[in-house]
Design a protein around this ligand. Structure first.
Ligand code: DC
Length: 222
């Protein structure tokens, strides 16, 4: 069984996907973390991703990425270093969104994602899972929420981690990322025709997880 969960930044994809995977005993694969890790790699190498896309693509071809599924979610290693936690900053979010428009980068990461999912029960989240990475997934969920609510969630998450941030700036960043992710030429963010829409604006995490589980059970029965 393959479950594809797509949607914009801050809709609750990773929280819900992780909870659902753990409840079902499935492997959770966070594809956004892969774009974040290669974005971080480009930043660390001083590459201006927007101005030097070919250099960013070249650097990504030789990157050493290890994705290790575990009981408390997925851990990601860049050249042997565990970068799971440090890829969550605003700078890396933007770098991930910028590097994700590059065709060669997407091809490389999509191929890793398909290999990770082959022959297993997985819950995979991202932007193009239902439309491109796993078009045959038995269950597809498109998670969404209002921009204001998504910004509020990100603000709470970052402040809880002690990162200084301004709500208006987060809101503007989210709008910029939404635009970047949905208007790019390569596999833009869009709902697969056969995906079920789940709007989490008014839902608590528990309610959203329960609803996602219900959608998955229905898909498993059909
Ligand atoms: O889900 P996230 O916020 O961790 O994703 C970071 C960025 O990576 C996001 O702005 C777009 C990109 N991304 C993508 O293009 N395709 C995916 N399957 C996952 C993420």
């Amino acid at each position: 069984m393959k479950v594809a969960i797509d949607g914009p930044a801050g809709a609750g994809k990773s929280t819900i996907a992780k909870a659902v995977a753990s409840a079902l005993g499935y492997i959770y694969i966070d594809t956004g973390a892969m774009y974040r890790a290669v974005g971080l790699n480009a930043l660390r190498n001083g590459v201006d991703i927007k101005a030097q896309p070919q250099l960013a693509a070249k650097l990504t071809q030789s990157v050493e990425l290890d994705i290790v599924p575990g009981a408390d979610g997925q851990r990601i290693f860049l050249g042997g270093e565990d970068v799971t936690d440090i890829i969550r900053t605003q700078d890396v979010s933007m770098a991930a969104s910028d590097i994700a428009v590059i065709k060669e980068v997407r091809e490389k990461l999509v191929s890793i994602q398909r290999q990770l999912a082959a022959g297993k029960n997985v819950v995979m989240d991202g932007r193009d899972i239902g439309t491109h990475v796993l078009p045959d997934a038995q269950c597809k969920i498109f998670l969404t929420a209002s921009v204001a609510e998504r910004a509020r969630r990100r603000y709470t998450e970052l402040t809880a981690k002690g990162e200084a941030c301004v709500l208006d700036e987060i809101c503007a960043d989210i709008e910029k990322r939404d635009k970047n992710d949905s208007e790019r030429r390569e596999s833009p963010l869009r709902r697969a025709d056969d995906a079920v829409v789940l709007d989490t604006t008014e839902l608590t995490i528990d309610e959203a997880v329960a609803e996602a589980k219900r959608i998955i059970s229905e898909a498993a029965l059909s």
